[in-house]
Design a protein. Sequence first.
Length: 149
Amino acid sequence: MELSDQFSVGAPPSEVWRLFWDLPRVARCLPGCESITSTGPDAYRASVVQRVGPFKVAFDLDLAVEETVEMERVVVSGGGQDRMGNRLKLNRLSLELEEASGGGTLVKYGLDFALMGRMATLGNSAVKRKAEETRQEFTRRIAAEFGAE
């Protein structure tokens, strides 16, 4: 499944870039994310709890930074499994920053992921609906960090 979004904030790219490397702040912006910790060079673990339809899932996701272009782009991949056997494979999460006119920043991100296990039996529409809700809330929270709505 793929999701993407873009939005502008009234802060320079350097400030937005710092936000995305401030792990506690990013965790607060991502719905259901309880924590993000560094586990080594370019490696992280995120604990995420979500309710999707009748399922409550708690994933510990191992993430690896695949590519970094300072102040411009970061690409992450990874995955994890909950105790019920549901698996999340994050094929690619990309985040790109561009300087916008007026001194702000255009933030673009894309997410390509797959769910496996009992949760996948909900069907694509239920999973996509939850993913879309999460995407919208993440965008809203990141924009709010810079005083935008």
